[in-house]
Ligand binder design. Structure first.
Ligand code: FE2
Length: 276
């Protein structure tokens, strides 16, 4: 994440999300299954975001697809010293850098390896980095890029009364979404989510926020698309950070869903942040 105050941002994630601070070489907050890195820059913008391919077969299949991506979308990876040498990066239509690497290469990396940080706060339940959300003024082009060029699968679309696409949830595995795109006037980071194993775990995380006097700014609620229970807090830069659980597990033949653009879609239990 870019930030005008990277140290302050990382300190927030260290405290609020029970992580450890380190710098190898990028300033980061890390814990098993979750990492947040921060570099100097503009608030609410990403330096890059990273997906790992869990099996060698998936990685080699993805590399074949990556070779077909037009040159205009290829990203220069020379500036990302902390990533494996064979990581592949692209520029999406909004200019975000999205990076892919194999889990096996990442496990050999000092920063990325969960096993390096198996001393996370044992009082807190696990919470794995599960998805991120981006606001975009070019949602149709963004959905086309991630689905047709990179091979993400559209789980659900949200349409307004004029039939315009207003939000879209795309998956990379059986879990309902790994990327959420929200139509908005500006292109920026919206949130990242850490997935707790169950509802009990989410409750423990909410109590942890209460103990810290960290205000929950949205939720507890349940999203329509994805059916995940969730709450969100805001980091010092104003980014949302989510704890979620119970996200829908999709079969390969699950039909794509269409939802109405209304508060109830984004929160079956009440109020929603509509982004636009
Ligand atoms: Fe989310």
């Amino acid at each position: 994440m870019q930030s005008p105050e990277p140290e302050r941002l990382v300190d927030f994630y260290v405290q609020t999300y029970g992580m450890h601070k380190c710098q190898v070489p990028t300033l980061a907050a890390v814990a098993p299954g979750r990492q947040v890195m921060a570099t100097s820059g503009v608030a609410n913008q990403l330096h890059y975001f990273l997906y790992s391919l869990e099996t060698d077969a998936a990685w080699s299949q993805f590399k074949q697809r990556a070779a077909q991506v037009p040159q205009a979308h290829q990203a220069d990876m020379s500036a990302f010293a902390e990533l494996p040498a064979d990581a592949i990066g692209f520029r999406d239509p909004d200019g975000h850098c999205v990076v892919f690497a194999s889990a096996s290469a990442l496990s050999e990396d000092a920063l990325m390896s969960s096993s390096t940080y198996n001393t996370a706060d044992q009082a807190l339940p696990p919470a794995m980095t599960q998805h991120l959300g981006i606001r975009t003024p070019n949602i149709d082009a963004m959905v086309t890029f991630y689905s047709e060029v990179l091979g993400f699968v559209v789980s659900d679309r949200v349409h307004d009364d004029q039939g315009q696409l207003r939000a879209c949830f795309l998956r990379t595995s059986e879990l309902h979404h790994a990327l959420a795109l929200f139509g908005a006037p500006v292109s920026c980071f919206d949130h990242q989510s850490f997935e707790a194993p169950d509802w009990e775990g989410l409750k423990q995380w909410a109590d942890h926020m209460g103990d810290l006097r960290q205000e929950i700014v949205w939720g507890v609620g349940r999203h329509g698309p994805g059916n995940d229970v969730f709450f969100m807090v805001r980091d010092p830069d104003g980014n949302l950070a989510e704890i979620s659980s119970e996200i829908e597990v999709c079969s390969a033949d699950r039909p794509m869903g269409i939802w109405k653009h209304e508060e109830r879609t984004l929160n079956l239990w009440g109020k929603a942040i509509m982004r636009s």
